[in-house]
Design a protein around this ligand. Sequence first.
Ligand SMILES: NC(=O)c1ccc[n+]([C@@H]2O[C@H](COP(=O)([O-])OP(=O)(O)OC[C@H]3O[C@@H](n4cnc5c(N)ncnc54)[C@H](OP(=O)(O)O)[C@@H]3O)[C@@H](O)[C@H]2O)c1
Length: 307
Amino acid sequence: MSHTVIMTGATRGLGRVAAERILAGSPQTHLVLLARGGAGAGLAEELSRDGHAVTSIPADLLSLGSVRGAADEVAHRIDGGTLPPLRGLVGNAGLLYTDDVTQSPDGFEATFAVNVLANHALVRRLQDRFEAPSRIVITVSDAHFGDFRHNKGMMPGPSWQDPARMARTSAFPRPESTTAGGIAYATSKLAAVHLVHEYARRLPPGIDVIAYNPGFVPGTGLSREAGAAVRFVMRAVMPLATLTPIASTQQEAGQQLADVVLGRTAAGSGSYVDRTSEARSSAESYDAERERRLWEVAEELTGPFTR
Ligand SMILES: NC(=O)c1ccc[n+]([C@@H]2O[C@H](COP(=O)([O-])OP(=O)(O)OC[C@H]3O[C@@H](n4cnc5c(N)ncnc54)[C@H](OP(=O)(O)O)[C@@H]3O)[C@@H](O)[C@H]2O)c1
């Protein structure tokens, strides 16, 4: 029996590999790519060549209007029977800016808009279309820990603030700096882990939500906003790190993400998967009040959700 899995962030990097592996591991999946520009249509055509069902719906995750439009289109197609029942969402898209002053079209800080608000709008807009058993997988990051063990000194740690403040630009010191961009990224990923806890509490049984951490995966497009020197190091030098345990190749990380999506990696709802197995995230150290407040703000900024 076929079913629908929606995926963001499939056009490049580890998500590109994961899309292929999901289809190879589950030929009954109808994969719906949410992507900006023409990239999704091109990829859908390419992935369909092997006989797989792949559809592309345009969505710029920086714009909540665009995200809502895409979610409504998915819901419309499911209701009309042109897409099979919804059993998965892969929120893999993410970005990292070199500052904390870039604004989304809706006036939010751009990292927070894509890494947090877009996923929230998709989960909530489609909440009652998911059929059990479903898996929602959100790609997070080691960066949310903010310690040397997890980021090897390559990224500043998160700096939690009231979510209404973090959603806007200039929430962190020296907002024009690369460091502030890194803090915004690490904090957005911590927020994503917190929201996974909140989704697990609020979604019906059988609709499981999991945070997936790929670890360090050099060579993807994530550092494309960085200066030329950093881009060179990430492209030409860092891939050597995949010969060591500190980094994974895009092939390895894409397969790991696919394994979580396909249910091959055992993980309960609300859990954090570190590459291949359930682990403890740093979000466990904070109280539920922080997560409730984050939920409230995410609702306020992305809602209302009437369905
Ligand atoms: N690479 C690492 O070391 C690492 C470590 C930890 C976590 N992660 C996380 O892993 C995920 C995948 O990242 P990656 O490293 O594979 O980076 P990537 O190659 O830059 O891929 C990012 C994906 O997100 C999509 N995306 C970004 N902004 C978007 C927008 N406004 N609208 C629609 N799609 C958008 C990109 O689409 P376009 O092609 O249109 O840009 C692309 O498909 C991200 O969530 C990232 O934070 C990566």
